[in-house]
Design a protein around this ligand. Structure first.
Ligand SMILES: Cc1cc2nc3c(=O)[nH]c(=O)nc-3n(C[C@H](O)[C@H](O)[C@H](O)COP(=O)(O)OP(=O)(O)OC[C@H]3O[C@@H](n4cnc5c(N)ncnc54)[C@H](O)[C@@H]3O)c2cc1C
Length: 390
């Protein structure tokens, strides 16, 4: 293991690997990524990884637009690696949210997102078998869909390694040493790495990492379940990603005739300890999800559930990430609090954090509104629909 580094990143999920890649692109060669498990061992590996651009705050829209551009150019950038499944994304919205929805669509269009409201008749045609009852409006994004999280993270890490970065898997960071209030080293079981810069990208464990330096980061960890079901052979194929605000579900195609399904917000958060929670899905969850899904897609009634799992969201008070050069500890950067929607913006977050570290400010997207100080200054980011539908 190296003894010194210009930057040490803690966490090999979507955010950490994206940052690693973008730092090497900016010429930082002696950069280390420490991952306590394998790549994508945390939230990233459990993610539905649905790609949509329908955000309601400007910074998220700009981040997701840039991320989509990176996903679209992935094959050229990463030796043919194709990670974006551009199957399109539909958003089903209840009538009571119509006004907010239309304001959002107008803002998205103004910021250059290719999206529009569809007529209900067109939506019914595009989504065969969909029960249209209770749906007020439908948005469509032709450029969206879903992404392969393992493909993305491994491509970022491999390219960074080819440029000299060091990736240490199954190597937990145990502590961060400070000298006169500044970061000086990261402690591992294989020894210490001296470094002036550490990035906390530890996902659900970010709060623990913060505590090493006496920080109490405003993060909570919640348990989130998903299921994969076999699509019956005799029904029209389900080809698109869908976020269904009407019944609070989402789904997207999974390989080999399968559908990945989860429950959306608003819902009660189940707070858990990231080191001690059930990875299983509960019977109640399966029953509830079956009921909601077969109401909206009646042909899925009786569909065979193949597998399910529970992963973790790391949630901030306003459900948006904290991205910053930390004001309390010199040399510490935070890229924490994915809040259940930050896989899709991780390419741009890595780029912006690399700019912040190397140039002193992010130039691709102004991320200053995502500094943690917003929680003490009471300048939380607002979002139209709440929860992870930021
Ligand atoms: C069920 C589910 C569905 C989701 N669906 C979507 C979706 O459809 N679209 C979307 O955009 N987002 C979605 N998300 C959210 C998205 O997956 C996360 O916001 C994103 O993956 C967070 O990435 P991360 O790199 O911050 O965290 P993580 O992926 O958790 O990475 C953190 C890494 O740090 C490592 N680590 C922790 N502590 C240490 C240590 N001390 N030393 C070394 N390594 C350490 C962990 O092992 C982990 O691999 C979903 C999340 C879940 C759980």
């Amino acid at each position: 293991m190296v003894k010194t580094a210009d930057v040490v990143i803690i966490g090999g999920g979507a955010i950490g690997t994206s940052l690693l890649y973008h730092l090497t692109e900016k010429g930082v060669r002696n950069v280390v990524l420490l991952e306590k498990g394998l790549l994508c061992a945390g939230s990233t590996g459990d993610s539905a990884a649905i790609m949509r651009q329908h955000y309601s705050n400007e910074v998220s829209i700009r981040l997701v637009k840039k991320s989509l551009e990176i996903f679209q150019h992935f094959p050229e950038m990463f030796d043919g690696a194709e990670v974006l499944h551009n199957v399109g994304w539909y958003f089903l919205v209840p009538p009571e949210a119509t006004e907010l929805f239309r304001d959002n669509i107008a803002q998205l269009k103004r910021l250059g997102v290719r999206t529009w409201e569809m007529s209900l008749a067109d939506a019914a045609e595009a989504l065969p078998g969909l029960n249209m009852e209770g749906i007020g409006c439908v948005a469509f994004e032709p450029d969206s869909g879903y992404v392969d999280p393992h493909g993305m993270a491994s491509a970022f890490a491999a390219k960074a390694k080819s440029k000299g970065a060091h990736v240490y898997l199954q190597t937990p960071a145990r502590d961060i040493k400070l000298s006169n209030g500044s970061v000086s080293a990261v402690v591992t079981d294989q020894g210490e790495i001296s470094t002036p810069v550490v990035v906390n990208a530890a996902g659900p464990w970010a709060k623990v990492v913060g505590r090493w330096m006496g920080l109490d980061l405003p993060l909570e960890v919640t348990r989130e379940s998903e299921i994969v079901a076999r699509i019956p052979a005799d029904i029209p194929p389900v080809r698109h990603s869908v976020s269904n605000m009407v019944d609070r579900t989402y789904w997207r195609p999974e390989r080999r005739g399968m559908l990945l399904v989860g429950v959306g917000h608003p819902k009660e958060n189940e707070l858990v300890d990231p080191n001690q929670y059930s990875r299983e899905v509960s019977r109640d969850f399966v029953e509830d999800l079956t009921r909601r899904l077969s109401h909206r897609l009646p042909s899925m009634e009786g569909a065979m559930f193949v597998k399910g799992w529970s992963g973790l969201y790391t949630v901030t008070p306003d459900w948006n990430m904290i991205l910053e050069k930390n004001p309390d500890v010199e040399g510490l950067y935070l890229a924490v609090g994915g809040s259940g929607h930050s896989f899709k913006i991780s390419p741009a977050i890595g780029l912006c954090m690399a700019e912040l570290i190397v140039d002193g400010a992010a130039s691709t997207v102004d991320i200053t509104s995502l500094r943690g100080a917003r929680f003490t200054a009471q300048t939380h980011l607002s979002s139209t629909y709440g929860g992870n539908r930021a």
